[in-house]
Design a binder for this molecule. Structure first.
Ligand code: GLC
Length: 421
């Protein structure tokens, strides 16, 4: 009898704890592109219905660079009003101290993840964030236009330039003055770092900080890559591309006014969406390479969910990040937002393969992506990246030659590194 009484008392305590957590009001911050807000809201509604908690979305500007600046301010002030942060794949080494270690709380789910996605979020043994989706770029192209002009999908940047020019000229002559050859992310921010890393690596020029921390960016292959990209501005790409972020490029492409676009996975569901003027006319391929015998490169992107150490509702916030990353939600995001999941099993889900055939095909591209040097440059990554995108942006704007800007970049990065990163 006493035994049962103890069990009953235990159950009452558990019920009390569950009911006391029902009142939790949480907030999650993320920078949305495309349908992100809508999809997240639907997931949160289900979370609220299942748990009784309430969750508010704090929406940020699209630019990851702007988000980073704001998050750093909030976090260094120890602000407790945001419980869950959606973090860019590159931020863990710089922001680790502000988030709780998810290794124990998420231990029951970790073996479901693609191991490299967890490795990227682990800093000195601490699991800073749970990977929400992976990002990798594609070359989006208009199949109808390539067919009309008897052209094939370019495998080198030189081919891309020639094909883009030919189709742009042809379409303009036929009356569409707005037609552009190639759009990408050319604004001075982290997105340009991602694009330019691909150009440089695809010419065999390495990375702006090498994986071992050395700085070898002032090299002829890197210069060649930047010269090629600079030659697009005002020819196959509008001058305005120097202010484009992801959604600007997608806007031009989706309205039917570009032949090629470099963008992340999320654009796929949107350009092929029911309300897209180019639905059914788009396909994707790997980005071009610098030339014969050189390999194309794809920068690794993606977003992660982290629980603030200043949150007053850590238990519920952990419940939320685990919920958002469960199989059903990752599957939904794969289908609705064409985001590659971080759980291995979703790649072989038959419904995902049927509704978003692009996702399973994406797995090999993801396995070969190029990581930004955030682990090598540690807490100085953001500054290093900003030096890189500035050198690239200057070159694209005609402000100094590729050689001059790379020599300056080499010197600046060397100074920034000092005796060690
Ligand atoms: C995408 C990527 C992210 C990257 C950003 C750059 O959102 O997922 O990792 O930093 O683009 O604009």
């Amino acid at each position: 009898m006493r035994h049962y009484a103890r069990i009953l008392a235990g159950a009452a305590v558990a019920a009390f704890m569950a009911s006391s957590s029902i009142a939790a009001e949480l907030s999650i911050v993320h920078g949305a592109v495309g349908k992100d807000n809508e999809v997240l809201r639907a997931e949160l509604d289900r979370f609220e219905a299942a748990t009784g908690h309430k969750v508010t979305i704090v929406s940020m500007p699209e630019s990851t660079t702007d988000q980073f600046g704001q998050y750093k301010l909030w976090l260094s002030a120890g602000a407790g009003d945001i419980d869950v942060f959606r973090l860019d794949v590159i931020w863990a080494p710089q922001l680790a101290e502000h988030f709780i270690d998810l290794k124990e709380p998420a231990a029951d789910t970790l073996d479901q993840y693609i191991p490299s996605t967890l490795a990227g979020q682990t800093v000195d043994g601490k699991l800073v964030a749970l990977p929400m989706f992976i990002g990798a770029p594609a070359l989006y192209y208009r199949k109808d236009l390539l067919e009309k002009y008897g052209e094939k999908v370019p495998s080198t940047w030189a081919e891309l330039k020639a094909t883009a020019q030919k189709i742009q000229d042809g379409e303009r002559a036929a009356g569409n003055n707005d037609m552009q050859g190639f759009v990408f992310q050319g604004a001075a921010y982290e997105g340009l770092t991602c694009n330019a890393m691909e150009w440089v690596a695809s010419y065999g020029g390495g990375n702006f900080v090498q994986p071992d921390g050395s700085i070898e960016i002032n090299n002829p292959q890197a210069a060649e890559a930047l010269k090629m990209a600079a030659s697009w501005i005002g020819t196959i790409s509008p001058k305005g591309v120097l202010n484009y972020k992801e959604e600007d490029a997608r806007g031009v492409f989706q309205s039917g006014n570009a032949v090629f676009m470099r963008n992340w996975n999320y654009a796929y569901a949107l350009v092929n969406g029911d309300d897209s003027p180019i639905k059914g006319k788009v396909d994707v391929s790997t980005l071009p390479s610098g030339g014969e015998g050189l390999k194309p490169a794809a920068t690794l992107g993606g977003w992660e969910l982290a629980v603030s150490k200043y949150s007053k509702h850590q238990t519920e916030a952990i419940e939320l990040v685990k919920f958002l990353n469960n199989y059903e939600n990752q599957k939904e995001r794969a289908i609705v937002t064409s985001r590659p999941p971080t759980l291995t099993a979703v790649y072989s889900d038959a419904e995902v393969g049927e509704k978003q055939p692009f996702i399973p095909l994406w797995k090999p591209v993801l396995d070969g992506t190029l990581a930004r040097p955030s682990a090598a440059a540690k807490r100085k990554y953001n500054e290093a990246s900003s030096e890189f995108w500035t050198a690239v942006h200057d070159t694209l704007s005609g402000n100094g030659t590729a050689e001059e800007n790379l020599a300056k970049l080499q010197a600046k990065l060397t100074r920034l590194k000092g005796s060690q990163w």
